[in-house]
Ligand binder design. Sequence first.
Ligand SMILES: [Cu+2]
Length: 462
Amino acid sequence: MQRRHFFTGAALSTAAVAVASVSRGALAALPEPVIMRGAATAPPLAPTTGRPYRPVVTLNGWTAPWRMKDGVKEFHLVAEPVVREIAPGMRATLWGYNGQSPGPTIEVVEGDRVRVFVTNKLPEHTTIHWHGQRLPNGMDGVGGMTQPQIPVGKTFVYEFVARRPGTFMYHPHADEMTQMAMGMMGLWVTHPKAPHPLIAEVDRDFCFLLNAYDIEPGASTPKVNTMLDFNLWTWNSRAFPGIDSLNVRLGDRVRLRVGNLTMTNHPIHLHGHEFEITGSDGGPWPMAARCPEVTVDVAVGQMRQLEFVADEVGDWALHCHKSHHTMNAMGHTVPTMIGVDHQGLVRKIQKLIPDYMVMGERGMADMGEMEMPLPDNTLPMMTGTGPFGAQEMGGMFTTLKVRRDQAPGDYRDPGWFTHPAGTQAFEWTGALPAESRQSGQAPAPAGPQALNVKKPDSGHKH
Ligand SMILES: [Cu+2]
């Protein structure tokens, strides 16, 4: 058997994929693990065997190739240390699967018998839990409870039938706090085997995991004991401007599958369109449970499927609505300086520390453009440049690009939107009328710091 026959779907470019060498003996028994070295969004992996389906596109990720063996779909995941580019200018030392964090998306069809070989190349034991799946208890991957841990250097086999169509996740159930903080997770999509009354056919189907890291400026390895105060908010272990745009054709029905494996909830907000939540990891939602929304809160351990018709051309922001989650590292211990005049103080400090800079006395927007020296391997707090200047964003942010002339099946970035004349906010250059005030209202304070502070009356006598 030729090696190239082992995997269906030839969409993965050989330039992006290096196949790890395994011995001849192992080759006969196990599918070769396919290792991904880059963080680009791979094109959808069209199935060449089994039932047809429209494959998903994993944002800044890829789908694992498989082989069919005696009617079983076989995958090979390798749990291992990886280097993940979080965004250009920053690489993180993580743990993941097959060269990346997250691991490759696994795509199968309802009713498929699936066999996953898991080889442990981590420095400690691991397991994989198949979040949301119906499966025999002993395949559930809870280390110490439903199976022995997979020791370092060993390979375990998971095998079950993909019984329910939907979007699922996978992650270790072994030293979970460490292994998930280090990036070990992936997505699993089970396509329906026949037209399903609650699962729409869509033109574009994107998926991504919400994850988060705490990596000190200048460092590359996450602090694994952090409970809540993470400083890198990522989609598929990428932070804006490292997250690719979602490029669609005007009129496309679009599905987003969003899973949350961080330690807090994320209200995911889309501009310019309303969507419906059509399903979760519990399965497709009944029609009566669906209603229009522009934001969906995805709680910890949840998955939400969003669907909408992309019927407004333009560049539409898609982001977490927690504003701290659209910032990168450095945004955490900065004091609020709005309204503080500290020029005299700065001059004094600069006599001692010539590089001393002050941030934020007019708000934080300066941060988007300032070229403050940063430690190596550190992303600016807010960054990204649009056609009109600094976007002042980081973290969990990207763009939905809806274009009339985006060809079906073309996922390439069409560039920035050209706004038709008369459809863009513009500067008013005429005269401004005098402010009109209601009678009895106090005049505006002279400056931003001249607040008239009134302390609450506690009623205490002094
Ligand atoms: Cu968030």
